[in-house]
Design a protein around this ligand. Structure first.
Ligand code: UD2
Ligand code: MN
Length: 577
C-alpha cells in the first residue's frame, strides 16, 4: 500500500481500520475541563507481563502543560486551534497548483501560523498524571527530503513550544539531500535563532532509514525521539514517553498519532484503544484492542497500549538500547519496512512497544509520497520487506511470500542483498522465535502455516494420493496412513515432509522432488471451495493439470479440462477459507 491510511477489508469482509478513525475536536468542548478524578500513576496495559519497573517509585512531578496550546499568539489567524479551514472556491486553482509540493494542501498550510494552537486532546487524567523529575533528556530527530517549509517549521515549533526545556537536549534536522533551495541557506538562517536546533546534510540521498541513523549517530541526548517532518506535537507529549523509558529502558513508547487533515489542515482526535498491527504480506494497519483484552486488564483510556508493530515514524527509544538492538538494518532503502523490522526486533529480543495515550502528536497522512524514489517504489518496499522476512519470520516467511510476492524469490528480478550481519545479530541477541512473537504479542493474529492439509482425494478414482518408496500413486483413503498426508502450503506446494509434487513436463509425468521456494514450476494453483477443484501447474509451459489416470492408479500431468472428474482434488481440511 502507499500509505498507512488505506482502508481495506479482511477476508471475512470485516472492516479493519487501516484508515485512522477520527473526530473533529471543537475547542469549546475542551475549554471547561472537568476536575479529573484522582489518578494513580500510569499502569501497565497487561498483567501477564513481568514488571521490571517494580523498583522505581511513582513519579512526583506533574506533566508540564506549557501554555502554547491554549494561548495562540494570533487568535484571529486561520487554522487556529486546529480548526478546519474552508477556503472559498476561488482558491481552488491555487490549492491544486501547489498540492504536489507535499501531496497535501500546501497553499493553505502556508497561511496558517507555524506556531498555531491545537486542542488538547489527551484523556482528562493525563494533565494530572505524575512523572519523575530526573527523566532522561531527549534528542528529537527529524529527517526530511524536500519537506514543505511551513510544515517543517510547524513541526519544529511544536517541539520547541511544547517540550519542557530541560528535557529537550536538541532537535536534529537531517536533510536527506533535498533539492529545494529554501531548505538550504534560508533554513540555516531561520534555525540559527534556536540554539537547540542542529542541521546535518547528507551528501547523497540515503532514504529515511539511513537518514535517521545519521541523526542518531550525532545525538547527545539519552533518548532518541524520531518524528516525521510534518507533525504537530501536542501539549505534554514528551514527558509521558520519557517516563516510560525511565521506568524500563527496554520500553519503546509511541505517541498516539492523530490526524492533521491533508485538505483543511484541521487537527483531529482519533479513537481510543487503537494499536498498530500488520496483515500479510506485512502491511501495517490500525485496529482496535480486542474487547476481552480491555476487560481482562481493566484498561482505561489513558493506560499504555501494547502494540504488536509501530507505525514507524514517531517513537522514543533509549539511545543505548537502540544500539544494543543493532539500530535499523542499514540495508533498508528509502522508505518502508523499517517499522516492521524494528518492531519484530524489539519484541523478539526482550523489549516492548507501547502506545501512550497521554502523548499525542498530529501527523499529515498523505495519499502518496511527495518525493521520488531513486528506484522503482514498489520494488524498493518489497525488497525491504523481504529482508525483514528473511531475518525475522522463520517458517512464517512463506506467508509473506505466499501473499503475492513470489517474484521476490527470483534473484534476477530483485536482489535483496546480504543478510549475514542481520542474521548474526539475531543470534547474538538470542532473540525469540517468530512463533513466540505471534503467540505472546499478537495472539489474535491468525497465521496458519499451511493453507490446507490432510488426504488428497481424487474425485474420479475416489482414492487418495499416496507416497510410496519415493513415488506417487493411489490407494484407498485412510487417515491413519501418514504417507497419505500432504500439506498445501503458502508457496502452493503439495508437500510431504521436505518433498514436493513436481511436474515432469516433457513426459507428462509427476515426480517428487526437494521443495524449493525459488522454483515456480513447483506451485499448484488450487481453489478452496466446498467441492473438489483442479490443481493447476500454471507456471509450466501451456499450463497443465494434475490428473489421475483412470485405469492404472497413476498420477500424471494432462491438459486442463474443467469437466474432467479425474482432475478434481480435495484436501481433508482447508485452513484458509
Ligand atoms: C510511515 C511513517 C514513516 C515511516 C514510513 C515507512 C508515520 C506517521 N510515518 O509513512 O515515518 O516509518 O511509514 O518507512 O508513522 N524521508 C526522508 N528520505 C526519504 C524518504 C522520506 O528523509 O528518502 C522522510 C520524509 O520527509 C518524512 C519521513 O522520512 O519526514 C517519513 O516519510 P513519509 O512521511 O513519506 O512516510 P509516511 O508518513 O507515509
Ligand atoms: Mn509522514
Amino acid at each position: 500500500t502507499t500509505t498507512h491510511q488505506r482502508p481495506s477489508k479482511n477476508e471475512n469482509g470485516k472492516d479493519e481500520i487501516f484508515q485512522r478513525e477520527v473526530n473533529q475536536v471543537r475547542m469549546t468542548e475542551r475549554t471547561n475541563l472537568k476536575a479529573p478524578k484522582e489518578s494513580s500513576n500510569i499502569r501497565v496495559g497487561d498483567d501477564s507481563r513481568r514488571n521490571s519497573s517494580a523498583a522505581r517509585k511513582p513519579g512526583v512531578h506533574k506533566v508540564l502543560s506549557l501554555d502554547m496550546t491554549q494561548a495562540p499568539r494570533d487568535p484571529r489567524a486561520i487554522g487556529q486551534f486546529g480548526q478546519p479551514v474552508d477556503l472559498p472556491r476561488s482558491h481552488d486553482a491555487d490549492v491544486r497548483k501547489r498540492w504536489d509540493e507535499g501531496q497535501f494542501n500546501v497553499y493553505l498550510s502556508d497561511q496558517i501560523p507555524v506556531d498555531r494552537a491545537i486542542p488538547d486532546t489527551r484523556p482528562e487524567t493525563c494533565s494530572k498524571s505524575l512523572v519523575h523529575d530526573d527523566l532522561p533528556s531527549a534528542s528529537v530527530i527529524f529527517c526530511f527530503v524536500d519537506e514543505v517549509w511551513s510544515t517543517l517549521l510547524r513541526s519544529v515549533h511544536s517541539v520547541l513550544n511544547r517540550s519542557p526545556p530541560h528535557l529537550l537536549k536538541e532537535i536534529i534536522l537531517v536533510d536527506d539531500f533535498s533539492t529545494r533551495d529554501y531548505l538550504k541557506e534560508p533554513l540555516d538562517q531561520y534555525m540559527s535563532q534556536f540554539p537547540k536546533v542542529r542541521i546535518i546534510r547528507l551528501k547523497e540521498r540515503q532514504g529515511l532509514i539511513r537518514a535517521r541513523l545519521a541523526g542518531a549517530a550525532v545525538a547527545k541526548g539519552d533518548v532518541l525521539t524520531f518524528l516525521d517532518s510534518h507533525v504537530e506535537c501536542n501539549v505534554g507529549w514528551l514527558e509521558p514517553l520519557l517516563e516510560r523509558i525511565y521506568l524500563d529502558r527496554k520500553k519503546v513508547p509511541c505517541p498516539v498519532i492523530e490526524v492533521i487533515s491533508d485538505k483543511d489542515m484541521s487537527y483531529m482526535l482519533v479513537d481510543n484503544f487503537q494499536r498498530g498491527i500488520f496483515k500479510w504480506p506485512l502491511v501495517f494497519g490500525w485496529s482496535s484492542v480486542p474487547d476481552d483484552v480491555i476487560k481482562k486488564n481493566n484498561l482505561t483510556v489513558s493506560d499504555p497500549i501494547r502494540c504488536p508493530v509501530m507505525a514507524g515514524g514517531l517513537f522514543s527509544i533509549d539511545k543505548n538500547y537502540f544500539y544494543e538492538l543493532g539500530s535499523y538494518d542499514p540495508g533498508l532503502d528509502v522508505w518502508g519496512g523499517e517499522n516492521m523490522e524494528i518492531s519484530f526486533k524489539i519484541w523478539m529480543c526482550g523489549g516492548e512497544i507501547e502506545i501512550i495515550p497521554c502523548s499525542r502528536v498530529g501527523h499529515i497522512f498523505r495519499g502518496q509520497n511527495p518525493y521520488k524514489f531513486p528506484k522503482d517504489r514498489q520494488k524498493t518496499v518489497e525488497r525491504n520487506l523481504a529482508r525483514v522476512a528473511e531475518v525475522w519470520l522463520d517458517e512464517y516467511k512463506d506467508l509473506f511470500y505466499g501473499h503475492g510476492y513470489h517474484h521476490l524469490l527470483d534473484k534476477k528480478v530483485i536482489d535483496i542483498g546480504n543478510l549475514t550481519e542481520q542474521i548474526e545479530l539475531r543470534k547474538r541477541l538470542q532473540c525469540k522465535s517468530f512463533k513466540w512473537y505471534l503467540e505472546n504479542v499478537y495472539p489474535d493474529m491468525d497465521a496458519p502455516l499451511v493453507k490446507a492439509e490432510g488426504l488428497v482425494f481424487n474425485r474420479g478414482l475416489r482414492k487418495c494420493l499416496t507416497l510410496q518408496k519415493g513415488s506417487l500413486s493411489f490407494d484407498i483413503c485412510d487417515l491413519n496412513k501418514q504417507n497419505q498426508h500432504f500439506n498445501y502450503t503458502w508457496m502452493r506446494h503439495i508437500q510431504q515432509q521436505g518433498l514436493c509434487v513436481a511436474p515432469q513436463v516433457r513426459k507428462n509425468g509427476i515426480v517428487m522432488t526437494s521443495c524449493d521456494n525459488t522454483k515456480p514450476e513447483l506451485r499448484w494453483f488450487h481453489k478452496n471451495s466446498n467441492s473438489a477443484e483442479n490443481l493447476i501447474a500454471e507456471l509450466v509451459p501451456n499450463r497443465m493439470c494434475l490428473e489421475a489416470e483412470p485405469r492404472g492408479d497413476l498420477v500424471r500431468l494432462g491438459p486442463c479440462e474443467p469437466s474432467s472428474i479425474f482432475q478434481k482434488w480435495q484436501f481433508t481440511h482447508y485452513i484458509v477459507k
